[in-house]
Design a protein around this ligand. Structure first.
Ligand code: GDP
Ligand code: GDP
Length: 438
């Protein structure tokens, strides 16, 4: 399912990130409590009256060595490229500025739906005093206070009214996958190499509302239909913001959101960088299938029989939480082992959707508790009564226990390992939820 995208734009300091946090905060506390990624986040899910959307704070994508006008121009371009609806944020205390006019002009020309927020309207006087903002030519201004929350309801009402209707995308049972990774690891080279080789392109349709192009194709080797997500974003070149870390993280999150399986690409010649770890963390947290492709293997000097195994160990060491992800060594340049990527995408999809009968799970539970008795915490022993699968993609299990507080991370990990050794779950994360047996 593809969520519609909303982007916040506006000059620095008008209150974009305050409004961003206010919109996403409700969800954050419930579902997304992931340290590391939450700091200076610029991409998250929001919801209002049951309508869900992705939200981007373009103000978080800052550029070095650019003047203010260039910077906000780039941010407005990103918003137009990525979003279905743009929220332009201005400052009631400062009034309309030249930079506001620059942004408004760009947005106006794009013909995207734009909602104009006049922030920092903290009191009645300020809320009534926003008529100057009509001059921006973006329609009715909405007075809000990001700090106090006033006016946010009306703003969000207007916003969801502009979202494209859900469900008008044709149903599609192709396997959706994407390449993610930091700039220059070879994502677009892989896209082009794979599409250029023994695949029948069914459609490379322009996305209906945004600039994304997904490529649908039949893979001759397995006669299966795939959709390669977001190849336009990968192919787009020459934008000043393209190589900034925030922008590429945002792009990775967009791709992950829309994929069943993500192929995390590393540069074999350069090794693992800090930014690779952030991208990998995002893929893991999203619960998607993950494959690790070490690209540019041709460019690794002095290889011998041990080099691959050493690189594998290195990856396992650096990305411990991704221990389930299969690793493949490829070269986009020499078209080496590209078929393996496609085979893995297929297998991982099967594994993500695997369902295990409760009877088999309880056999496993009996054996597991015989091997490693459930732990005693504060003089109380954890009791596991029953294990059952409640969802797929990712496979999710409920463990009925005497007291969920006794179900610690280490025992959860032990059970997940038992599931992995007994059943075929390569490439997919596994979740276990402990519930008190009534
Ligand atoms: P951004 O650069 O557009 O993301 O702006 P920030 O969200 O970082 O806000 C800039 C400053 O304005 C911060 O000091 C905020 O606390 C303040 N601010 C944001 N929203 C409001 C508001 O509604 N009222 C007032 N008085 N201050 C606000
Ligand atoms: P992206 O930014 O991740 O999409 O990376 P590109 O596909 O644009 O590749 C970045 C650079 O790496 C380009 O100069 C490519 O020619 C080069 N490159 C990509 N794949 C390979 C490979 O398998 N081997 C070698 N030696 N170079 C590659």
């Amino acid at each position: 399912m593809t969520l519609p995208v909303v982007a916040l734009v506006g000059r620095p300091n008008v209150g974009k990130s305050t409004i961003f946090n206010r919109i996403i905060s409700q969800r954050l506390s419930i579902v997304e409590d992931t340290p590391g990624v939450t700091r200076d986040r610029i991409y998250a899910h929001g919801e209002w009256l049951g309508k869900e959307f992705s939200l981007i704070d373009t103000g978080g994508i800052t550029l070095n060595d650019q003047n203010l006008n260039q910077e906000i121009t780039s941010q407005a371009e990103i918003a137009i490229d990525e979003a279905d609806v743009v929220v332009m944020v201005t400052d009631a205390r400062v009034g309309v500025t030249n930079e506001d006019e620059v942004v408004a002009k760009i947005l106006f020309r794009s013909h995207k739906p734009v909602i104009l927020a006049v922030n920092k309207a903290d009191n009645l006087q300020q809320r009534q005093d926003i008529y100057d903002f009509y001059a921006l030519g973006l329609g009715e201004p909405y007075a809000v206070s990001g700090v106090h929350g006033t006016g946010m309801g009306d703003l969000l009402d207007a916003l969801i009214n502009q979202l494209p209707l859900a469900g008008n995308e044709p149903a599609d049972d192709t396997i959706k996958f994407s390449f993610i990774g930091r700039p220059n690891v070879g994502k677009s080279s892989l896209v082009n190499a794979i599409l250029g080789e023994k695949r029948v392109i069914v459609s490379a349709a322009e996305g209906t509302t945004r600039d994304a192009i997904d490529t649908k194709f039949i893979n001759r080797a397995d006669q299966t239909a795939y959709t390669m997500i977001d190849t336009a974003g990968i192919r787009k070149r020459g934008k000043v913001y393209e190589n900034t870390e925030k922008y590429s993280v945002m792009r990775a999150m967009r791709s992950i959101d829309r994929s069943d399986v993500v192929v995390m690409v590393l540069d074999g010649a350069q090794g693992i960088r800090e930014q690779d770890k952030r991208v990998a963390g995002l893929a893991h947290e999203a619960g998607r299938g993950v494959i690790i492709a070490v690209n540019k293997w041709d460019a690794v000097a002095h290889k011998n029989q041990k080099t691959m195994q050493e690189f594998r160990d290195y990856i396992r060491d650096e990305f411990r939480y991704l221990n389930y992800a299969p690793i493949v060594f490829v070269s986009a340049l020499h078209h080496q082992r590209l078929d393996q990527i496609m085979e893995l995408v297929q297998q991982v999809t099967v594994n993500q959707n695997r369902r295990i009968q409760s009877s088999l799970l309880n056999e496993l539970l009996l054996k597991a508790t015989a091997v490693a008795p459930a732990p005693i915490v504060k003089n109380k022993r954890l009791r596991l009564y029953y294990l059952t699968q409640v969802a797929t993609a990712p496979p999710t299990f409920v463990a009925f226990v005497n007291d969920p507080d006794l179900f610690h991370f280490s025992y959860e990990r032990f059970l997940i390992n038992q599931l992995r050794t007994t059943f075929e779950f390569t490439g997919t994360p596994i979740k276990i939820i402990a519930r008190k047996r009534k």
